[in-house]
Design a protein around this ligand. Structure first.
Ligand SMILES: Cc1ncc(COP(=O)(O)O)c(C=O)c1O
Length: 403
């Protein structure tokens, strides 16, 4: 056996990535991945931006600065201003996906055995990242209004030793993955006050905030720091173009207090020297042309319609078998099977019938609930969403007929 590092002796893999093997089947209808709809990609806009990025000079083929090319940083500052966040180049680190933004933050903040609070259920790749860094993960429950801040306060008040204090708390407050839930305004303000009082960082992961297709907007935690004294010292905001433009760009960023931003910049030097200047150049040109605003209208409409179709079809065909909340944005529906059937058992039958979803167990940072599941409405067409729910229903009926 090779002498692997402790984190990789027996590594767990992502429950979503493990389902990828079934995607090669052209008949498969997948509600599994959080993939954007490829038919909604702004191919013309990205092609034009790509030509401009390449034509400007050949700098996009050269190494760029580790924290991001200047033109992109300027565009991100404008974009964040339109989201109610005032920031500047020094606080900003452009990253290779927001996945890297969280990984860098863990590297600069977390030692072996340090406590990291994680809302549960949550994005599993970041549970894996925190575990790989040696964090002691403490789950905090969520409900249809996002993180349960009262439970969080109870946990914080019960801490007796400095070693048990969290270094940071990871949350996806807007259209969370996997739950689709959004943290209410009241809870956001409460959370910011708790971070100031108990001196822990909030790692706000916000790849979906722009994908609102219903209800009223709620400012990000980063935007709300101006309402809570001292809280701007305790929020690291991570955002990405993956879900709103294209994940293939791998363009994302973090906004942090200066001492943290500086250390993330140093950590990134040894991680990948810098994110691709080529795709950063494309992103900069795309944003500078105002293309994102136009594109957002189209994807909000597209995802809004798909979400409504999926919810309607589930209610119509699955009836009492499934409980879920209809989200106001994002890409996901989080559902619970009513009864003893587990999502893993249902998935087995579903794969036979060429439809798939992700069982919820892998999203839980604490005790897994085997009857939960995540369905993404983003990638399949409206016609396939209807067909896919029919297959889900048939799979359920087949299982019921067996018992
Ligand atoms: C909550 C959350 N954070 C981060 C990511 C990773 O995004 P990126 O492509 O920017 O690395 C995802 C992707 O699914 C996600 O759902």
């Amino acid at each position: 056996m090779y002498p692997f590092s402790r984190a990789f002796v027996n590594p767990a893999s992502s429950p979503i990535r493990d389902l990828f093997k079934y995607l090669d089947d052209p008949e498969m209808i997948s509600f599994a991945g959080g993939y954007p709809d490829p038919t909604l990609f702004d191919v013309d806009g990205l092609e034009a931006a790509s030509r401009r990025a390449y034509g400007d000079s050949l700098s996009c083929l050269q190494y760029g600065s580790t924290d991001g090319i200047a033109k992109l940083k300027m565009e991100i500052i404008h974009l964040m201003a339109s989201r109610g966040v005032a920031t500047c180049a020094e606080n900003l680190v452009v990253t290779t996906g927001s996945q890297q933004a969280f990984d860098l933050l863990l590297r600069v903040m977390v030692n072996d055995g340090d406590v990291v609070f994680v809302e549960t259920p949550t994005y599993p790749m970041n549970i894996l990242a925190a575990r790989a860094q040696g964090a002691r993960i403490v789950p905090v429950n969520t409900d249809s209004d996002g993180l349960n801040v009262v439970e969080l306060e109870r946990l914080l008040d019960a801490i007796r030793s400095d070693a048990d204090r969290p270094k940071l708390l990871y949350t996806v407050p807007s259209f969370g993955n996997p739950t689709g839930a959004t943290l209410s305004l009241q809870r956001r303000l409460h959370l910011l006050k708790l971070a100031v009082k108990h001196r822990f960082l909030i790692a706000e992961d916000d790849p979906y905030g722009d994908l609102r297709f219903g209800g009223d907007g709620i400012p990000s935690l980063q935007a709300l720091t101006r309402e809570v004294d001292g809280s701007s010292d305790w929020v690291v905001h991570m955002a990405s173009l993956s879900k709103i433009v294209a994940p293939g760009l791998r363009v994302a960023w973090s906004i942090s207090p200066l001492p943290i931003a500086h250390r993330c910049y140093v950590a990134k030097q040894s991680a990948d020297v810098g994110s691709s200047p080529w795709t950063q150049g494309i992103a900069a040109e795309y944003l500078a042309a105002g293309s994102l605003e136009r594109h957002l209208k189209s994807i909000r409409n597209g995802y809004g319609e798909k979400c409504r179709v999926l919810c309607h079809s589930l209610r119509e065909l699955m009836g009492d078998a499934l409980t879920f909340h209809e989200p106001e944005g994002g890409m996901f529906i989080w559902a619970k099977l009513n009864g003893d059937l587990t999502a893993a058992e249902l998935l087995k039958e579903c794969i036979e019938r060429k439809v798939m979803f992700v069982p919820g167990a892998g999203f839980h940072a604490g005790d897994p609930d085997p009857t939960t599941l995540r369905l993404s409405f983003a990638a399949p067409s409206v016609a396939n969403i209807k067909k896919g729910v029919k297959r889900l229903h048939d799979a359920l009926e087949t299982i019921r007929a067996r018992v």
